[in-house]
Ligand binder design. Structure first.
Ligand code: PEP
Length: 244
């Protein structure tokens, strides 16, 4: 019922030459049974749009402004991303929450700004290690998602949710499939209380997904694919995850 979605998050990596190489390798490895997208740094969007137009690979941004336009130096609007043909934008990644002090409400406003421009926001939620050890995982992810539901209402159905435990991002530690599934089931139940479309929404897992653990994670009942950081920078690894 739900088609697997695999999204690469390049973070602040890659030159134009790197992007040209990786994207052409991925194009040669395509197609996949899953939907696949790459979220590249903003300066690489023009090249991605040119290289990926007409292919099965979609592209997106890694953040957008809550504002539509104006005197917000350094910001990139959802309209600008849409203008470059983006289908997706990641919002609320834990690195933005941690290093740019993004609140739950800011993340919700970014998701709203993205939807207003026809983009699909990939809303990230996830607990830190301290929160997991204090048995606060459920409360944290529920609070983070509740802020988005409160602002979007029924339009929550047009969002992709990514559960990314902060302690698993870029650390080599991965949530066990059972740990990840438990949180995904909780999130889907929360979505079900907000929209009848919850059963068809895609929920991604992110946090050190690799070729050797992707299949088991993606086989879980409520895990519909992955948000991939480090492994998205190597064509062979990303291809293997897209096939998992
Ligand atoms: C991420 O940054 O979204 C991520 C999941 O990173 P990694 O796969 O490297 O843990």
């Amino acid at each position: 019922m739900r088609k697997t979605l695999v999204v690469g998050n390049w973070k602040m990596n890659g030159t134009r030459a790197f992007a040209a190489g990786l994207l052409s390798e991925l194009k040669a490895l395509s197609p996949w049974a899953a939907d696949v997208a790459v979220c590249v740094p903003h300066p690489l969007l023009a090249d991605a749009a040119q290289q990926l137009q007409g292919t099965v690979l979609a592209w997106g941004g890694q953040d957008c402004s809550v504002h539509a336009a104006g005197a917000y130096t350094g910001e990139v609007s959802a309209a600008m991303l849409a203008d470059w043909g983006c289908r997706y934008v990641i919002v609320g990644h834990s690195e933005r929450r941690a290093y740019h002090a993004e609140s739950d409400e800011t993340v919700a406003r970014k998701a709203q700004a993205a939807l207003a421009q026809g983009l699909t926001p990939i809303v990230c939620v996830g607990e830190t290690l301290a929160e997991r050890e204090a048995a606060q995982t459920d409360a944290v992810v529920t609070r983070q998602l509740a802020a988005v539901i409160a602002l979007l209402g029924e339009r929550i159905q047009d969002v992709v949710v990514a559960y990314e435990p902060v302690w698993a991002i870029g650390t080599g530690l991965t949530a066990t499939p059972a740990q990840a599934q438990a949180v995904h089931a909780l999130l889907r139940a929360q979505l079900a209380a907000a929209t009848p479309a919850a059963a068809s929404m895609r929920l991604l897992y992110g946090g050190s997904v690799k070729p050797d653990n992707a299949a088991e994670l993606f086989a879980q009942a409520d895990i519909d694919g992955g948000l991939i950081g480090g492994a998205a920078l190597k064509a062979a690894d990303f291809d293997a995850i897209c096939r998992a």
